[in-house]
Design a protein around this ligand. Structure first.
Ligand code: XUL
Ligand code: CO
Length: 439
């Protein structure tokens, strides 16, 4: 079997003092934290598209990275070489899962029947690799945004024929997800949005997206898919207005269309920041609705307004994200690096450095979040801050729904003036975090 990343060894944990750029300093798969192995807390996944397909091309220039893996792009030999390279890559890093779009796996043919035949062939091949390595499929999805037919969206297209092609792609992507034993199936609404209301029937578009999702649930369950469906919210890019703006919007949409029992959120960090939220905000909103499923781990750039999909480096963000994940009792999905190397970092070595950075950043996030959890002072503070709802008769009446405006108005009049709410102590708490992290 050909070795693609010959110069790169298996990446091992060597500890914080290691100066070896091909070792983990913080990610120690076997280390037990809060009763679970790091590898269980952090089910890392490789995104097929960024890692095996993308070459760094942008609207100003061609790709810089060589991803032919010795074969001609656009052929099934190339598709198979990507499988071989991908499994070698994941094995060397100890990554347990992968995620894909249909057209990441095979070159799309002009006729959908031929594309589907190619998907059958490549998934047979991937299955043999999965059996050999124990590496699993986290989720699959259909790319319903690249082909020109999806210029006006997929479920939200103005064309019923395009809707039918979107349905055909979802059906096939579900077949392959089930065949590969995927834990989830993702809907990222790439072009499910609009540019101008002047030409758009928003109500019909949104209802049609829900119809497509309902058909996916019905079909998926009929072929034995027991995993979660995920919506991956993003407010804009490529469309100006995207319907799945953020977690709150997507959850409201799912509830309005009775889809909330089958769907959870796949929260991407850079999408959160595009929506004007922190990553942890999106995780919290998903978790309190019982819909925290999976995450796309990456980060944006505070100075740029688009989806830069950088590998996670910001340890504070990873810490607060892992705190939310621990609070929620973990993810039903995993941690997919929907992230790409910067264009000038174009070598095979850089692909490994990027994953080492991302995995170590999340390992640090987990270690820190466990310290904050075990310390307990933050939780105690929040509990105390809301004590009036739990420790007084008035508060208990409000949260149990056993009072009304008349009674509360009488209470307020009797009191005349409420006592001052307690201080939020934000700066003290921020110091506390630094003390726990660096003290
Ligand atoms: C695009 C994005 C997608 C989804 C899957 O911003 O995040 O790659 O993760 O379609
Ligand atoms: Co993503």
């Amino acid at each position: 079997m050909k070795e693609y990343f010959k110069s790169i060894p298996n990446i091992k944990f060597e500890g914080a003092a290691s100066k070896n750029p091909f070792a983990f300093r913080f990610y120690d798969a076997e280390r037990v934290i809060l009763g679970k192995k790091m590898s269980e807390h952090l089910p890392f996944a490789m995104a097929w598209w960024h890692n095996l397909c993308a070459t760094g091309s942008d609207m100003f220039g061609r790709g810089t990275a060589e991803k032919s893996f010795g074969e001609t792009p656009g052929t099934m030999q190339h598709a198979k070489a990507k499988v071989d390279a991908g499994f070698e890559f994941m094995r060397k890093l100890g990554i347990q899962y992968f995620c894909w779009h249909d057209v990441d796996l095979v070159p799309e043919a002009d006729d959908i029947k031929e594309t589907n035949r190619r998907l059958d062939e490549i998934s047979d091949y991937i299955l043999t690799k999965m059996r050999d390595t124990g590496i699993k499929c986290l989720w699959g999805t259909a790319n319903m945004f690249s082909n020109p037919r999806f210029m006006n969206g997929a479920g939200s297209s103005n064309s019923a024929e395009v809707f039918a092609f979107a349905a055909a792609q979802v059906k096939k992507a579900l077949d392959i997800t089930v065949k590969l034993g995927g834990k989830g199936y993702v809907f990222w609404g790439g072009r499910e949005g609009y540019e101008t209301l002047l030409n758009t029937d928003v109500a019909l578009e949104q209802e049609n997206i829900a119809r497509l999702m309902k058909m996916a649930v019905d079909y998926g369950r009929s072929i034995g898919f027991k995993g979660d469906f995920f919506i991956e919210p993003k407010p804009k890019e490529p469309m100006k207005h995207q319907y799945d703006f953020d977690a709150a919007t997507a959850i409201g949409f799912l509830k309005a269309h009775n889809l909330d029992k089958d769907f959870k959120m796949n929260i991407e960090a850079n999408h959160a920041t595009l929506a004007g939220h922190t990553f942890e905000h999106e995780l919290r909103i998903s978790a309190i609705n019982g819909m925290l499923g999976s995450i796309d781990a990456n980060q944006g750039d505070w100075l740029l307004g688009w989806d830069t999909d950088e590998f996670p480096y910001d340890v504070y963000t990873a810490t607060f994200a892992m705190l939310e994940i621990l609070r929620a009792g973990g993810l039903t999905g995993g941690i997919n690096f929907d992230a790409k190397n910067r264009r000038p970092s174009y070598t095979y070595e850089d692909m490994f450095h990027a994953f080492i950075l991302g995995m170590d950043t999340f390992a640090l996030g987990l270690i820190n979040a466990a310290k904050i959890t075990e310390d307990g002072r933050l939780t105690d503070f929040v509990n105390e801050r809301y004590a009036s709802y739990h420790k007084t008769e008035l508060g208990r009446k409000i949260i149990s729904g056993n009072t009304n405006l008349r009674e509360l108005a009488a209470y307020a009049e009797k009191l005349g003036v409420p006592s001052q709410p307690s201080s939020g102590r934000q700066e003290m708490l921020q110091s506390l975090i630094n003390e726990i992290l660096f003290g």
